[in-house]
Ligand binder design. Structure first.
Ligand code: 5AD
Ligand code: SF4
Length: 482
């Protein structure tokens, strides 16, 4: 893991004050951690377990950075001195998984009462879940949310002083506190938050309620963060936001996402730019032009469809029709014929008929997605769709889901086959987990390729000839020029 060191703070005076305050808490906690470690004759360990999306992954890197500064040694081992669950609540099964893991860790704590257990992230922004945690999981020591991740040291300090559970949940936060240390999973690539929250209120989605209103960071702050990351060895960034295409709304400066990308492209040492997630209703022609002209923006766009039926899209409050989506894909492919397009699809939304589902299959076939994440609709309390009571039959939903999976598998395998024989740039990411003579790397289109090599190439961009497609990954051989 690699550490980003902090240079000059720049995200507003309040943020600077807050950063300093949190640094003080980190050193206070560190003193306590080191003295306990001395008494025990060993390091204290901390394990952060992440559920959900890239936003949560990035938050966990921040949490790990703080815990390291607090004197903990990070471990993947769940029976650590401090265990922190960074939760997701986008679908019900994410909640179920958390409670299962929490029950198991509670039993571990019975033998080790000094253990500290924390829960943070999207789930704790729901009052009902906090109530359940407090009532049924009294062994949880720290409960905090998505708006005060950077306060971990302060919250932990308060728990260590008081000896009782600390619950600290905020409804929103107008301050960006971005200059605390982070521990990146990969030294050579990093997520970068460009905005927080979501204003779209798709009727099925809990995100606007747990991540709050949309808020963009100033472009100069984003550029400075990326520059610092490149100084620290980062070659690829993933610009993160729930809806990156509406980046810039509410900022004093006059900038949109296409404008931000141009500024990021100018960062010398940066080699690759990715972003996530694009909302089809806000994807501009300017963005398509910037992507088409760019050497660094990857050849991939994730464009959640959700449903191919205009009727269902209306009920989902997505703001586009089936035809709008197809026309958008046409415009994208006109400028970038080989771009990889991936998507998210929800099956079994309330009111979805067989005909609606056929429309989804029709879009899947017409677009030819390179891959798709498919989800069965999950009712989230508090969202408008939770009041829709016309759910399709479970049997129909399962059948549709399986049919969709099969169609996607066939289409994406056919698309993947097209690259066989080409030599393409690959960012070497690590040793293959099944065969240590192979390196696993990522193509610009986001697909993985395994090729013979050594750890010397990790973090570098190398040329790989694609020899064989396995449907959703490849085998290849490195090509060295000159
Ligand atoms: N049920 C099922 N899938 C959902 N998603 C968001 N909310 C729900 C829900 N209530 C899916 C969407 C989104 C992805 C991140 O998760 O497809 O794009
Ligand atoms: Fe949820 Fe829609 Fe916002 Fe995505 S755009 S986070 S699906 S409300």
């Amino acid at each position: 893991m690699s550490e980003t060191n902090i240079t000059k703070p720049n995200e507003g005076k309040e943020a600077v004050r807050e950063t300093e305050k949190q640094r003080e808490f980190m050193s206070l906690v560190k003193e306590m951690t080191l003295s306990t470690a001395k008494a025990k004759g060993r390091d204290l360990t901390a394990c952060v377990i992440t559920f959900g999306c890239q936003m949560n992954e990035r938050d966990s890197e921040k949490l790990k950075g703080i815990l390291t500064e607090c004197g903990y040694r990070l471990t993947e081992y769940e029976k650590a001195d401090l265990v922190l669950f960074n939760t997701c609540t986008v679908r019900e099964n994410a909640n179920d998984r958390l409670y299962g893991r929490l029950g198991a860790i509670g039993r571990v704590k019975r033998d080790n009462p000094d253990m500290i257990i924390g829960v943070c992230g999207c789930m704790t922004q729901e009052a009902d879940e906090v109530g359940k945690l407090q009532k049924s999981y009294p062994f949880v020591d720290l409960i905090f949310g998505t708006f005060n991740v950077y306060k971990l040291a302060e919250i932990l300090h308060s728990r260590l002083i008081s000896g009782s559970t600390v619950t600290d949940i905020w409804e929103s936060n107008d301050e960006f506190v971005e200059l605390l240390p982070t521990k990146r999973k990969y030294p050579f690539k990093s997520g970068v938050n460009i905005m927080y929250g979501c204003d779209n209120f798709c009727t099925y989605c809990i995100v606007p309620y747990v991540r709050g209103r949309e808020k963009s960071r100033a472009s100069d702050d984003i550029v400075r963060e990326i520059e610092r990351l490149t100084e620290d060895g980062v070659a690829e960034v993933m610009l993160l936001g729930q809806n990156v295409n509406s980046y810039g709304k509410g900022l004093v400066e006059d900038i949109d996402f296409a404008g931000l990308l141009k500024k990021v492209e100018d960062i010398d040492k940066l080699k690759r730019i990715r972003f996530m997630t694009s909302h089809p209703k806000d994807l501009s022609d300017a963005l398509i032009d910037v992507m088409a002209a760019s050497d660094k923006i990857c050849n991939h766009i994730h464009l959640p469809l959700q449903s191919g039926s205009t009727e269902i899209l209306k009920r989902m409050n997505r703001g586009y029709s089936k035809e709008d989506y197809l026309e958008l894909v046409r415009r994208i492919r006109e400028k970038m014929p080989n771009i990889s397009i991936t998507t998210d699809i929800i099956v079994g939304f309330p009111g979805e008929t067989k005909e609606d589902f056929e429309e989804t299959l029709d879009v899947v076939r017409q677009v030819g997605f390179d891959s798709a994440y498919t989800f069965i609709y999950s009712k989230r309390t508090g969202t408008p769709a939770a009041k829709f009571d016309d759910l399709p039959d479970k049997k129909d939903i399962d059948e549709r889901f399986n049919e969709l999976l099969a169609v996607i598998k066939e289409i994406s395998a056919k698309r993947a086959e097209k690259l066989v024989g080409e030599t393409l740039e690959v960012l070497a990411e690590g040793i293959d987990s099944h065969d240590d003579k192979l390196i696993t790397g990522r193509l610009s289109n986001n697909m993985l390729v395994h090729f013979p090599g050594t750890d010397k190439s990790i973090g570098k961009i190398v040329n790989v000839k694609i020899e064989e497609s396995k449907g959703f990954y490849y085998f290849g051989t490195e090509v060295k020029y000159g």
